[in-house]
Write a protein that binds this ligand. Structure first.
Ligand code: AKG
Length: 310
């Protein structure tokens, strides 16, 4: 079932009318989704709008699959896009490009890619914190680096608003998609503590995302993920098959900065200044006009308390 639907959505003419669209979800309410009550924070943080203004839903057929309709300000989206491309691609984080040795030792990905567009086109992923091992799928104490404080704070803040206040951000995969990229159906089960939710932040081009069941025999639900949308995979949905069969072209215009102030606590000061520089922003706007960035944040370890209890 998952495979058949994946193939149908990856085709030239995907059945778009069957994809859940959270821009217009009044008609989905009660039938396919329900609204989720969140903690009301009046103060905006981390480039997000105050949580009292968020629109948060849970799928009826996939318990624990939470969808937050773009809660970011324009400046907030700019911040996370710049961080993903320019900073999270720096050492000691790992990139798919590392094994090809195409970036000279003393150069950083972003600066080098401005001179060589092929390098930019070859970027597929970066891993942060505990580095995901794509072959063994096992996290190791010998392959980890410091997790970025700002991304940990963003994830833990969203977790807290959704009442997952114990969540700890310990590993992330930043996925970089081109218009012809896909991510096959898979489950994320390498983490030791699978009870913790997984947070997925998307920017740039639109994706069709499929979320199925515990095996590939369950028919998946298809959703559009647009720039700024957040998906949380918690409870039953945490171990469900999911994938991205298609990237669709969308106008993502972050050129007009809303000049909304970002509460700068725990954010990177240089990036905050860069977000408000419209000329500096244009190179990043060019990237997201044809690409999608997905930041997938996980907790790896069991919380200390649960180890002591067992
Ligand atoms: O790009 C997405 O929305 C999903 C990414 C994902 O499933 C993963 O990194 O495991």
């Amino acid at each position: 079932m998952f495979r058949e639907d994946f193939n149908s959505y990856k085709s030239q003419n995907p059945p778009l009318s069957k994809v859940l669209n959270f821009n217009d979800c009044k008609h989905l309410l009660t039938k396919q989704v329900k609204e989720v009550k969140v903690k009301m924070n009046a103060k905006a943080k981390f480039g997000l709008k105050p949580s009292k203004d968020w629109k948060v839903y849970e799928l009826n057929n996939n318990s624990g699959l939470i969808f937050i309709k773009n809660p970011f300000t324009v400046t907030g989206q700019r911040y996370w896009i710049i961080r993903s491309l320019r900073d999270y691609t720096n050492k000691p984080n790992k990139l798919n490009l590392d094994i090809h040795n195409i970036i000279p030792q003393n150069e950083e990905f972003w600066t080098f890619s401005q001179k060589d567009i092929n390098v930019m086109n070859k970027l597929r992923w970066a891993t942060l914190g505990y580095h995901h091992n794509w072959d063994t799928k096992v996290y190791s104490e010998t392959s980890k680096s410091d997790f970025p404080l700002d991304l940990a704070s963003l994830s833990q803040y969203v977790a807290d608003v959704l009442n997952f206040s114990e969540f700890r951000a310990e590993a992330a995969i930043v996925n970089f998609y081109h218009m012809n990229s896909r991510l096959s159906g898979h489950t994320d089960h390498s983490e030791q503590f699978l009870e913790a939710p997984l947070f997925s932040f998307s920017f740039g081009q639109t994706a069709i995302f499929l979320i199925g069941g515990a095996t590939i025999d369950t028919k998946p639900t298809a959703l559009f993920i647009e720039s700024g949308d957040i998906i949380v995979m918690s409870k039953e949905s945490r171990l469900c098959y999911h994938g991205v069969p298609k990237i669709l072209h969308a106008e993502v215009n972050l050129l007009t900065n809303d000049n909304e102030e970002i509460n700068g606590e725990e954010l990177n000061c240089d990036t905050l200044e860069d977000c408000n520089d419209s000329i500096y922003w244009t190179t990043f706007q060019k990237y997201i006009n044809n690409c999608r960035i997905n930041i997938n944040v996980r907790q790896v370890l069991r919380p200390i308390n649960s180890i002591l209890d067992s």
